[in-house]
Ligand binder design. Structure first.
Ligand SMILES: *[C@@H]1O[C@H](CO)[C@@H](O)[C@H](O)[C@H]1NC(C)=O
Ligand SMILES: *[C@@H]1O[C@H](CO)[C@@H](O)[C@H](O)[C@H]1NC(C)=O
Ligand SMILES: *[C@@H]1O[C@H](CO)[C@@H](O)[C@H](O)[C@H]1NC(C)=O
Ligand SMILES: *[C@@H]1O[C@H](CO)[C@@H](O)[C@H](O)[C@H]1NC(C)=O
Length: 222
C-alpha cells in the first residue's frame, strides 16, 4: 500500500512537471515565432538580402594594399638596370648560376608613419616601399638577400638598398644558400636514371617475377 502511494505521488509530480515544461516551451516557441513573423512582415525594419552589393566608403585610403601590376613591373625593370649593380638575369633565361628575383611585395609601412595618417593628424599617406628577395647564384658562395626599393612610384629619388632594419641576424637579412643548384642535381639524377632505364626495368621485372613465384610457393598446398 505504501509503495502504491509513493508511485501515485511520483506519477502526479511527473505529469505536473510535463505540463509546466510544455506550456513554458509553447510560450517560448510562440514568442520566437512571432519574432520570425515580424522579421518577414512588411513593416519589419529588416529587409531581405539585396541583389546588389551595398556600397561603402572607407574612412582612409588603403595604405597596405599590395603592389599594383604597373608598380611591380616598374620595380622589376629598375632592379634589372645595369646601374643597380645587381647583375640580375631575367626570369626566362635564369638558372641556378645566375642572380635573380625570387619574391617581390609591398614593404608594410612603419607604424610611426601610419599612426599620424590613421589619426588624421596628416592627410599625407606614408611613403610606399617594396621589398624584394634576391637570389645571388652567380657566385660560388650563393646567398639570399632582401632589398628595399622606394619611395614608389619610381622617380630619380627612388633608391635600391639592402633591407636591414627588420633583421637581427648577423647577416642582417643576408642568408647563405648551401644547396643552390638543387635543380641541376635533380636533372643529373633524372638523366642518369633515364640512361639506365632498360636495366632498371629488367631488374624490377625480375624482382616482381621472383615475388610472384614465392607467393605461389607459400600459398599453394602441394
Ligand atoms: C653576372 O652574372 C653572370 C651569370 O648570370 C656571370 O657570368 C657574371 O660573371 C656576373 N658578372 C659579375 C660582374 O658578377
Ligand atoms: C622604418 O623604420 C626603420 C627603423 O626605425 C628605419 O630604418 C626606416 O628607414 C623606416 N622606413 C621608412 C620608410 O621611413
Ligand atoms: C600631430 O602633429 C603635430 C605636429 O607634428 C604634433 O605636435 C602633435 O603631437 C600630433 N598629434 C598627435 C595626436 O599625434
Ligand atoms: C631623372 O634623371 C634623368 C637622367 O639623369 C633626367 O634626364 C631626368 O630629367 C630626371 N628626371 C627628373 C624628374 O628629375
Amino acid at each position: 500500500m505504501k509503495m502504491f502511494a509513493s508511485r501515485t505521488f511520483g506519477l502526479i509530480i511527473s505529469v505536473y512537471l510535463a505540463v509546466v515544461i510544455s506550456s513554458y516551451s509553447y510560450y517560448a516557441w510562440n514568442i520566437s515565432w512571432s519574432r520570425v513573423k515580424a522579421h518577414h512582415g512588411q513593416s519589419s525594419p529588416y529587409s531581405v538580402c539585396k541583389s546588389r552589393q551595398p556600397s561603402v566608403s572607407a574612412p582612409h585610403q588603403n595604405i597596405w594594399g599590395g603592389l599594383a601590376d604597373k608598380e611591380a613591373a616598374d620595380i622589376i625593370d629598375l632592379l634589372h638596370q645595369h646601374s643597380t649593380g645587381l647583375n640580375l638575369t631575367t626570369e626566362d633565361r635564369d638558372g641556378s648560376w645566375d642572380n635573380r628575383i625570387l619574391h617581390l611585395e609591398l614593404l608594410a609601412p612603419n607604424k610611426s608613419d601610419v599612426l599620424p595618417f590613421i589619426n588624421k593628424n596628416t592627410t599625407k599617406p606614408p611613403p610606399r616601399y617594396a621589398r624584394a628577395t634576391l637570389m645571388f647564384g652567380a657566385t660560388p658562395n650563393s646567398f639570399l638577400q632582401d632589398y628595399v626599393i622606394g619611395p614608389l612610384p619610381i622617380t630619380n629619388n627612388t633608391q635600391v638598398r639592402p633591407l636591414q632594419f627588420l633583421y637581427n641576424n648577423a647577416g642582417k637579412g643576408k642568408v647563405a644558400v648551401d644547396f643552390a643548384d638543387r635543380s641541376e642535381v635533380l636533372q643529373f639524377a633524372k638523366d642518369v636514371g633515364l640512361s639506365v632505364a632498360d636495366i632498371t626495368k629488367l631488374l624490377w621485372d625480375g624482382v616482381q617475377r621472383c615475388r610472384q613465384i614465392n607467393q605461389i610457393k607459400s600459398g599453394t598446398r602441394i
